[in-house]
Design a protein around this ligand. Structure first.
Ligand SMILES: [Zn+2]
Ligand SMILES: [Zn+2]
Length: 169
């Protein structure tokens, strides 16, 4: 998934870039994500100067996630606006010369994969719920409370809260 810097930086119009990337290895550390579709990258490369290329577009994937309260599988779309500026030169030694929002590359052939992967990871949802008012699982018996009430007495005060109550006496 490479682009050639000189070619992209001297192109008249935007260079279109469509690829899909297998990101299943990236979600291995997330126990709540059961599976992910390939990440579809739909990008345009714009010449932004002699040594500058802007890459803009969208990254999309479908996740299969467990609801963080009741563990029901939920499908969730990831839809990312991708926008990066690549500059073809050595990273400046002086910090004030540096464009913090740009990526400095020295090779003629630039691999987009690490940047796409990073963006994907940063945009993964956390604590997904199947619905806003998901009642979750009964802490005593594990029943999915969205399906039926189990009748367990779960009014027992959390020991940490009990300690606080004493504290305020
Ligand atoms: Zn749920
Ligand atoms: Zn119960």
């Amino acid at each position: 998934m490479h682009f050639q810097f000189r070619k992209a930086a001297s192109a008249e119009g935007p260079t279109k870039f469509h690829e899909s990337l297998d990101v299943s290895d990236l979600i291995k550390g997330r126990k709540d994500i059961a599976s992910v579709s390939p990440l579809a990258a739909d990008l345009q490369l714009y010449a932004a100067g002699e040594d500058m290329v802007d890459v803009r577009g969208t990254l999309k994937a479908e996740l299969n996630v467990a609801c963080s309260r009741c563990l029901t599988p939920v499908s969730r779309a990831v839809d990312i606006d991708f926008k990066e500026r690549f500059i073809h030169e050595q990273e400046p030694e002086q910090e004030e010369d540096m464009d913090d929002n740009a990526i400095y590359v020295v090779d003629e052939s630039v691999d987009l994969v690490p940047y796409l992967e990073e963006s994907f990871m940063l945009n993964l949802p956390f604590a997904v719920v199947c619905k806003d008012d998901c009642k979750g699982l009964c802490p005593a018996c594990g029943t999915n409370l969205n399906e039926h009430e189990c009748g367990c007495d779960t009014t027992a005060v959390d020991p940490r809260l009990a300690a606080l109550k004493d504290f305020f006496k």
